[in-house]
Design a protein around this ligand. Structure first.
Ligand code: FE
Length: 196
């Protein structure tokens, strides 16, 4: 698909990324990229979380495939800013709650490492490697700025879903299962935007 996605094609556009790129290795973890994102979404759905959070978990790493910088590897010595790339792609179709959770999921890791010492101890090896490239734990002034985001709690929620989606034995529904929900979130957002 080369044309820029529209309201009618964005879900197919995203599904296509899952289909074409989902088998890529996820950051040195024992799951593929698609498994990783589907697991986060499936856990969110099981927990009865709201659609926007399920969708944010499903799409949080999509920027690994939309970025001109390519995908992360353990050999990287520079960060590729996939969180920003992902949020930019989603911004035209999804509410700020979703794009904030995507845009700040890396910052949330840096925030939790700075404010909850037990969090750092639970990070996977790959996640510690990328943390260092991403700037390490937040400094106090960054913490204050981050805490001012009205979506702070949801951003952290999606971060925990991100961290939970690394189980090689967990079986999840596929992208098609979530597609109608993704479309509903897009349609509701664009309808609300049109009338505001
Ligand atoms: Fe992730």
């Amino acid at each position: 698909m080369t044309d820029a996605p529209t309201q009618d094609t964005i879900v197919a556009f995203l599904g296509d990324i899952f289909a074409r790129c989902g088998d890529a290795e996820y950051l040195g973890e024992p799951v593929t990229m698609a498994q990783h994102m589907l697991q986060g979404a499936a856990i969110a759905e099981q927990q009865g979380l709201e659609d926007e959070i399920i969708v944010a978990a499903l799409l949080h790493d999509i920027g690994h495939f939309t970025s001109e910088f390519g995908t992360f590897s353990m050999q990287d010595t520079e960060d590729r800013h996939h969180e920003e790339a992902g949020a930019e792609v989603l911004e035209a179709f999804f509410p700020t709650l979703v794009t904030d959770c995507v845009r700040h999921h890396v910052a949330a890791k840096r925030y939790l490492c700075a404010t909850r010492p037990a969090y750092f101890d639970r990070l996977s090896e790959a996640s510690v490697h990328s943390l260092n490239l991403q700037g390490g734990p937040m400094a106090p002034d960054e913490i204050a700025t981050f805490e001012a985001n009205p979506n702070l709690e949801r951003i952290i929620q999606v971060r925990y879903l991100d961290d939970a989606g690394k189980d090689p034995d967990r079986v999840t529904p596929d992208f098609a299962h979530f597609a109608p929900m993704v479309q509903r979130v897009v349609d509701a957002h664009l309808a609300a935007r049109a009338t505001s």
